[in-house]
Design a binder for this molecule. Sequence first.
Ligand code: SF4
Length: 234
Amino acid sequence: MPEDPVLELRELAEALEDWLRFQRRLGWRGTPKESETQAATQPQESGRALTLKGIREKLGDCKRCKLSQGRTQIVFGDGSPRAELIFIGEGPGAEEDLQGLPFVGAAGQLLNNLLSKLGLRREEVYIANVVKCRPPENRNPEPDEIEACLPFMKMQIAAIRPKVIVTLGKIATQALLGIQTPITQIRGQWQKFGNIMVMPTFHPSYLLRFPRERHKTWEDMQQVMEYLADHGEI
Ligand code: SF4
């Protein structure tokens, strides 16, 4: 039992007053109203609370750009919703359009080989594209198509919250980072998307055409693996 309960109560009240004063100096504006508390717990488009499933539902039978006209199906993305590593390419090709999965053609096989050499399984990373419908004749996605589709890729990133994003090729790198730098100049150099590290490297299709360049992407991925070893669980 306290020696003087009244004195102890007064000291407690003074301590509480000091604490409240300190919190106000830090910017606290009082207890939130119930409606504010509820709003804070609702799914956020930019937060982890927004799930991949929710984003896919939001995308729906998308016709936000002209690429919808020639697609067989939307290629949303594939892999772990808790991946520490995301690979982003430019858009689905013919095989991807048929199967509804990203990177399943020849370029996908090369990506799988790369993952396997790095000791990674496809299921533990996440793979997607800047645009989710196949551009005709495998042409590059156009700026209006990227503008329409990129917000969904960004939501996927926000939902997964990876440690590292690897952008595959010029289109994905320039679109995500909002730059015009050629991939040959920026490849292998760490960039940032918000607080997420980004490693630009060559697209597997390019490496199929120029196999002598493969060692550069291998070097880029070594940097990624070193970063994840220091900062992630991989
Ligand atoms: S590319 Fe993206 S924005 Fe365009 S129709 Fe397909 S899903 Fe929609």
